[in-house]
Design a protein around this ligand. Structure first.
Ligand code: FCB
Length: 488
């Protein structure tokens, strides 16, 4: 990307809140509408059938790391209740389900032969999905690195990329005949910068050099995995999921524009450029020069990382509005996780005062249109799937037992309208997965954040579809209905 164009785009007027949309989204009949989860967040059964420990077991059991000392030990007990959960998905009419495979179930030590009992769980799950007409979308890595691999150096160590490719090949060998769509990594930004930079996620290291090395080895692992999967079965469709954000400068001052360029670089371009163009962005290498000289990158790595993909997963939650140290607006400025941005610790993340979710993330549906048009406009992109989007709110059952979540309905509607808008602008968006199917273990926030369209009563493990689930089911029905009954 031409840096001047990028900077011009980043310094436009700060977007304000869009009016609440009331129209229902109208999406193409073949648009995939699904829901997403991740292994550690829902499965529980952490000692069952030979599963080994992961970095999230260790982290969540370390006092002070997760809210109220919560762990994924039981979570939604999905490991035992998967059939009931698939039945709920079928009731909603989901066309696809995105889940992740727990690496330590498949390779308890992170290397060597597969643990057949671990793989069997995913065979049962996939068979159940297929029997119910739900397309499985399998994520290989949603943050639960086997602890022995962390002990051997974790993602900052190059060997972990090779271990990941071996693991990918084992999973694909077992399930590749039934699973057509595979996502290698979920949000490598989080694995690297929260896991090794700020320490807000497992394994909780705070070392900017390790974080930047982790970025590279995650991406290299992705590339090796794509190669291994393609070599085994060229018809498997494989891609990566990135968490992308529009980044807007608070003002057009030089300092604010530079802050936006830096954060856009670390959050978006540090991942998009190598994966889709085979090169790290030069300005980001410059920003990170005080941290590392990228001596860990070897000849040929970027060609591996840029292996052709069949789809790009985009996770979208919010926008960043940022300011430099010279900004005129320090009063409303608030620091957010500054240590997650190596070399750019001086950047401030601004609070616009928009409605927020329980995670404290500002709601900004137009930002999704911006992310999508930007990616499709600036990069050679394969078909795009929104692999996560959703909101946490403090849902509780009413006296009649129903869980009414109008805020979530409004959130989902607005973001699906954003997909509709992106499609109208020519972006190849082909599907959308709500985060999440079930309330679940929200990482460092434990069970305090409810993202599900299905409520989980943790003490009894009872599931209650929220009103957003009913709304989503109606949308799926009307989207896939023959055009004549859609009033066209
Ligand atoms: C994403 C994660 C997902 C969930 C949502 C809220 O960053 O991929 O597991 O925690 O945020």
């Amino acid at each position: 990307m031409n840096l001047e164009t990028a900077t011009a785009r980043l310094t436009g007027p700060v977007p304000q809140q869009a009016p609440a949309p009331d129209a229902e989204p109208r999406l193409p009949a073949d648009f995939l509408l699904g829901a997403a989860t991740a292994a550690y967040q829902i499965e529980g059964a952490v000692d069952t059938d030979g599963r080994g420990p992961s970095i999230w077991d260790t982290y969540s059991r370390t006092p002070g790391m997760v809210v109220d000392g919560h762990t994924g030990d039981v979570a939604c007990d999905h490991y035992h209740r998967y059939a009931e959960d698939v039945a709920l998905m079928a009731d909603l009419g989901l066309s696809a389900y995105r889940f992740s495979v727990s690496w330590p179930r498949v390779q308890p030590d992170g290397r060597g032969r597969a643990n057949a009992r671990g793989l069997d769980f995913y065979r049962r799950l996939v068979d159940e999905l297929l029997a119910n007409g739900i397309e499985p979308w399998l994520t290989l890595y949603h943050w639960d690195l086997p602890q022995p691999l962390e002990d051997a150096g974790g993602w900052p160590a190059r060997d972990t990329a090779h271990r990941f490719a071996d693991y990918a090949a084992l999973v694909h060998e077992a399930l590749g005949d039934r699973v057509r769509n595979i996502i290698t990594l979920n949000e490598p930004w989080c694995s690297a910068f929260l896991g090794y930079g700020s320490g807000a996620h497992a394994p909780g290291r705070r070392d900017p050099v390790a974080a930047v090395r982790a970025v590279h080895h995650l991406l290299l692992g992705h590339g090796f995995a794509v190669q291994a999967i393609r070599a085994a079965r060229p018809d498997t469709r494989v891609g990566i999921t990135l968490n992308l954000y529009p980044v807007t400068a608070y003002s057009d001052s030089k300092g604010d524009a530079d802050a936006a360029r830096r954060i856009d670089g670390l959050a978006n371009r540090l991942f998009l450029d190598p994966v889709l163009r085979g090169a790290y962005p030069a300005d980001v290498l410059g920003d990170l020069a005080p941290v590392t000289d990228f001596g860990h990158v070897r000849d040929g790595d970027l060609a591996v990382i840029a292996a052709r993909m069949d789809h790009l997963g985009v996770n979208y939650y919010t926008r960043y509005v940022v300011a430099g140290p010279d900004s005129d607006q320090p009063a409303s400025a608030q620091w957010r996780a500054p240590s997650a941005w190596p070399g750019s610790e001086h950047v401030r993340f601004l609070d616009r005062g928009l409605p927020r979710t329980a995670m404290d993330w500002e709601i900004d549906a137009p930002g999704l249109v911006e992310v999508l048009t930007r990616v499709a406009g600036e990069y050679p992109t394969p078909p795009i799937y929104i692999t996560e989007n959703g909101a946490a709110f403090p849902d509780e059952p009413a006296a009649d037992g129903q869980v009414r979540d109008p805020d979530r309905v409004a959130y989902l509607r607005a973001h699906l309208l954003a997909c509709q808008e992106a499609i109208a602008r020519g972006v190849p968006v082909r599907g959308y997965f709500v985060w999440s199917l079930l309330d679940n273990f929200e990482w460092a926030r434990g069970y305090s954040q409810r993202f599900g369209i299905i409520y989980v009563d943790y003490p009894t493990q009872r599931r209650i579809p929220k009103s957003s689930a009913r709304w989503y089911a109606d949308l799926i029905r009307s989207t896939s209905a023959p055009t004549s009954s859609r009033g066209e």
